[in-house]
Design a protein. Sequence first.
Length: 317
Amino acid sequence: MKYVFIINPIAGNDDKAKIFSRIKSTFRLINDEMIVEPTHAQGDAKLIAKKYADEYGSDCVIVSCGGDGTVHEIANGLAGTDTPMLLLPLGTGNDFAKKVYGTKKINVENVIKAFGFYNGKIKYDVKPIDLIDYNGEKCINVMSYGLDTKVETIGRQIAGKIPALGHQAYNIAVVPVLCQSMTYHINIDLDCIDEDGKPYKYIIAPCDYTLFAICNASYYGGGFCPAPNSVLDDGLLDFALCHPVNALQALPMIPKYSNGEVDKLQNYFTFGKVVGGRIWSTDGNALLGNCDGENFDYSEVNFKVLPKSLKLCFIKD
C-alpha cells in the first residue's frame, strides 16, 4: 500500500518536522511505501490527490497533513474515486477533523498513534461519506453565508499582517463585524426533508438574514457548531438560518452557537434538513459566502448533496 502524505508546509502545527521524522523511521521497517508531497500553491493538493487516485486507485491512501483548506482540496481531488483520504489534523482550525474524531480538543499525536503510524501496525476502517456539490465544486464540511464569511475575510487580513496571532485573528475580527450592520440579503430556494422523510420547499426571496450555514459536518470557523447532530453519511445536510439580529442580541448567542447548544437559539434561527437548492444574490453582485473556509465570488450557487461520494479513513474502534 502507498501512503501519500500531502503536506501544507505553512499549516499551523509547529512540530511537523519531528512528527514526520518519526513516521519516516517507521516506514523503513515495513513493506508499505511512504510518499511525501509538499504543496507550494493553492490547488496543488487537489492535483496531487487526483494524480495518485487516477494511477493507483484503492491501492493508495491520501493522507491530508494540514488544515481545512488542505482537506477541502483533497476532497475535490478524490470525490467519486476508490482512493480514501486519512486526516492528520496539522492545521490551525481543523474543524472537519473535530467531527471525524469526535472532539474539539484534538491531540494529533494520539491520532497518529491510533492509526499505527508510529509502530508500523497501520490500521483503519474505510467508510464512504457525503459531500456537497456546489456549482461543480465539492464541499466536505460547511458552506456558509453572511456574518461568518465577513469574519473570515477580515480575519485573514489580520492574520496576514500579524501571522503570530494564528487563529486568534478570527476572534479579533468578530469585533469590527459586530460594530456594523449584521443584516444581509439573499434569495434562497431549498429542497428540504421533514422529520417524517417527506420533501418540502423552503423559499424566501428576498431573505434578510445574519448568518446561513449548510452543513455536511458540525464545526466551522474555529469550532462554532451549528449542526451538532449532523451525520456524515445520511444523504442529508443540516441548515441553520439566523434571522436578522443586532450586536446586543448576538453577543449572548455566541457561546451557545460555539458549544452546539443551538436548541437554545430557536427564537432567532430556523433549522432543517436539506438535499439541495439554489442560493442567489438579490442585486447580481457576488454572494458573501464560503465553502470549507474558502471564500468564493459566485452570484448564484446551485448545490446538492452527493451521498457517499468520498471514502474516508476512520480510527478502528
